[in-house]
Design a protein around this ligand. Structure first.
Ligand code: MTE
Ligand code: MO
Length: 514
C-alpha cells in the first residue's frame, strides 16, 4: 500500500472507486451487447440503442442539429449512436461508483435509464414488444453485472468474501461474453439487413410469370387433405445450408464448362432472354419415408436445361451434369434426363412468383422424375459436363445412390385419425413422376384390393389425388394403399429404408371408428 496515509486519503480507496467505475462501465457495455444480441435474435428492424439514437436526433433542437450537421455532415447518425453508447457507458460508470454506498440511488438510475430506453423504443414506428424485451434484458444485465462485480474489498485474504482474484476472473468472463454477444449480434443483424434488402429486390423483380390456380379437377378439395398445388410457404424444404445464400439477380451467373464444345457464362438477364417455360412438377426428397411429407407440387417457370446444353454442345462420352451451388453443394444428374425432352428447367419462379430465397433464389434446377438430391440444385452457380465415372457428388460421397430416379409411391392422407361410423372418404396422393400413375388400390384390414378414383392431372410429372368411399364400421381398422404406374409396375409391399435410393413399401394407417 504505497500511497496510503491517514490524512491525505488512501490510494487504495481511490483505486477501489476507480475499479467500481470501471466495472460499472463494463456492466453498461454488457447491457448494450445483450440488448443488441437480443434485437438481432428477434430480428428487430431497430435495436434499442438505435431507437435511442434516433430519438436523440429527433429531440435535438433544429438549430443545434443544423450546426452539428454542418460540422459532421451526413455522419450525424453515427455520431448520435456513438454519443448514446458513450452516454450509456458513462452512466454505467456513475452507477458503479454509487453501487455500494448509494444503492437505492444507483438502482433508481438503472430503472429510469431502462425506462427511457423503453419509451424511446415505443415512440418509434418499428416499436414492438421485441424492442421492449431487448431493452429490459439490457437493464437486467446492467444490474446483474453491477451486482456480480461491484463488491466490498475483502478485509484480508482469509475473509469470507469473494477474493479479488475471483472478481477479476468474473470481470474477464463478463468482458469476453460482452465481446462475443456484441460481435454475434452485429453479424446476425448485418445478415438480417442483407436479407431484408434482398427481399425488396426479389419483390420488385418483374418476371413474365403470373400466379395460377391448380388445373381444373386436380384437387378433390376434401377437408383435411393437403392441396394438390402446394402454396410456396408450405413447400417442403431440404438443404444443407444453415442460412440460405443471399444472391442478388444482378450478381448471379452460371458458368458452363467441362466436356463442351464452347464454354459459356450466362447472367440472369441472359437466362430470361431465352424465354421461360411453365411446367407443373412434383418435387420429392429421397429421404421421404413411406407416408411422409417431403413432397410438394407447384408450377415452375424456367429455361429448359437442354436449351443451354445445346448451346454449349455436349461432347461425346459425357453422361453427367455436375452442378454446384453458391454454397458449394454438388449434384450429379444423368444427361439423358436433361435432354430427353422432359421439362428439366433452370427455374426462376414457383407458382408465378420469383423463387423464395429458401428455395434457391435467384435460380435453381428442377427435373421431373428424379429425387431432389440428384437434380434440384438450388442457388446453382456452375455446371460441369462430365462423366459419372469421374466424380462423386455431395450425397453420393455419403453413401446415397449416384442416380436417383423417383420410386413409384402412394400415401394415405384421409381419414385423419378417429372417425364416426358411416360413409368416410379414404383419400391420398400417388406419384411416379415422368411415368405417370395408372391405378391406385386400397384395402382395409388386409381384405380385397379395391380400385380408387383418380383425380385429374396436367401431365405425368405430378402427383395425383385419389379417393375411395368407405363404409366404416365401428372398431379398429388398418388401411393400406398401393399404386401401379403406367409402366405396369405395382408398388412392392416390401419395406426398404430411404438409404441409399428411396423408401419402398405400402403406406398403412390405423384408424379407429366409433
Ligand atoms: N444448394 C443446394 N441445393 C439443393 C440441396 C442442398 O442441400 N443444397 N438439397 C437438394 C435436396 S436433397 C432436395 S430434396 C431439394 C429440395 O428442394 P426444396 O427445398 O426447394 O424443396 O433441393 C435439392 N437442392
Ligand atoms: Mo432430398
Amino acid at each position: 500500500m504505497p500511497h496510503c496515509s491517514v490524512d491525505s486519503g488512501c490510494g487504495d480507496q481511490n483505486g477501489a472507486v476507480r475499479t467500481r467505475a470501471l466495472f460499472g462501465a463494463l456492466a453498461a457495455a454488457a447491457a448494450i451487447a445483450a440488448s443488441q444480441l437480443a434485437a438481432a435474435l428477434l430480428n428487430l428492424r431497430e435495436s434499442p440503442v438505435l431507437a435511442l439514437a434516433q430519438t436523440v436526433i429527433k429531440l435535438t433542437p433544429g438549430s443545434t442539429a443544423e450546426s452539428v450537421i454542418s460540422v459532421v455532415g451526413k455522419n450525424d447518425k453515427p455520431l448520435a449512436v456513438i454519443s448514446v453508447l458513450a452516454g450509456m457507458v458513462l452512466l454505467g460508470a456513475v452507477l458503479g461508483r454509487w453501487w455500494l454506498q448509494r444503492r437505492p440511488l444507483a438502482l433508481a438510475g438503472a430503472v429510469v435509464a431502462t425506462g427511457l430506453v423503453v419509451a424511446a423504443v415505443l415512440s418509434r414506428p418499428y416499436g414492438s414488444t421485441g424492442g421492449v424485451v431487448a431493452s429490459l434484458l439490457g437493464g437486467a444485465t446492467l444490474v446483474a453485472v453491477l451486482h456480480l462485480l461491484v463488491r466490498e474489498e475483502p478485509e484480508a485474504e482469509a475473509s469470507a468474501g469473494v477474493s479479488r482474484r475471483t472478481v477479476l476472473r468474473m470481470a474477464g468472463a463478463v468482458a469476453v461474453g460482452t465481446a462475443l454477444a456484441g460481435t454475434g449480434g452485429e453479424v446476425l443483424a448485418a445478415r438480417h439487413r442483407r436479407r431484408r434488402a434482398l427481399e425488396k429486390v426479389r419483390a420488385a423483380l418483374k418476371l413474365p410469370t403470373r400466379r395460377v390456380a391448380a388445373p381444373a379437377g386436380t384437387d378433390l378439395r376434401l377437408q383435411g387433405q393437403p392441396p394438390w398445388l402446394t402454396p410456396n410457404r408450405d413447400f417442403y424444404r431440404i438443404d444443407t445450408a444453415l442460412t440460405p445464400p443471399l444472391i442478388e439477380p444482378e450478381d448471379w451467373s452460371l458458368r458452363i464448362h467441362g466436356m463442351v464444345e464452347r464454354e459459356l457464362t450466362i447472367t440472369y438477364q441472359d437466362l430470361l432472354d431465352r424465354g421461360l417455360k411453365d411446367a407443373w412438377i412434383t418435387l420429392c426428397c429421397v429421404s421421404n419415408q413411406v407416408g411422409g411429407d417431403l413432397i410438394s407440387t407447384t408450377l415452375f417457370s424456367g429455361v429448359p436445361m437442354k436449351t443451354l446444353l445445346d448451346e454449349v454442345g455436349v461432347k461425346p462420352g459425357a453422361d453427367a451434369l455436375l452442378s454446384t451451388s453458391d454454397d458449394g453443394w454438388t449434384c450429379g444428374t444423368p444427361l439423358s434426363a436433361l435432354t430427353d425432352g422432359r421439362d428439366a428447367l433452370l427455374a426462376v419462379a414457383m407458382n408465378g412468383e420469383a423463387l423464395p430465397v429458401e428455395h434457391g433464389f435467384p435460380v435453381r434446377q428442377v427435373v421431373p422424375g428424379l429425387y431432389g438430391y440428384v437434380s434440384a440444385t438450388k442457388w446453382v452457380r456452375e455446371w460441369e459436363v462430365t462423366r459419372f465415372a469421374d466424380f462423386e457428388a455431395y450425397w453420393t460421397q455419403r453413401g446415397w445412390g449416384a442416380k436417383g430416379p423417383v420410386k413409384t409411391q402412394s400415401r394415405i392422407d384421409l381419414p385423419l385419425r378417429d372417425v364416426a361410423a358411416g360413409t368416410v372418404p379414404i383419400a391420398g396422393v400417388a406419384w411416379a413422376q415422368h411415368t405417370g400413375i395408372a391405378k391406385v388400390e386400397v384395402r382395409v384390414d388386409d381384405g380385397e384390393w379395391e380400385q380408387a378414383d383418380l383425380a385429374a392431372v396436367p401431365n405425368d410429372d405430378t402427383w395425383v389425388q385419389w379417393k375411395l368411399e368407405w363404409d366404416a364400421l365401428p372398431g379398429d381398422h388398418v388401411i393400406e394403399v398401393r399404386a401401379t404406374d403406367k409402366s405396369g409396375y405395382t408398388q412392392t409391399a416390401e419395406r426398404s429404408d430411404v438409404l441409399p435410393d428411396g423408401a419402398t413399401g405400402h403406406d398403412r394407417v390405423a384408424v379407429s371408428v366409433s
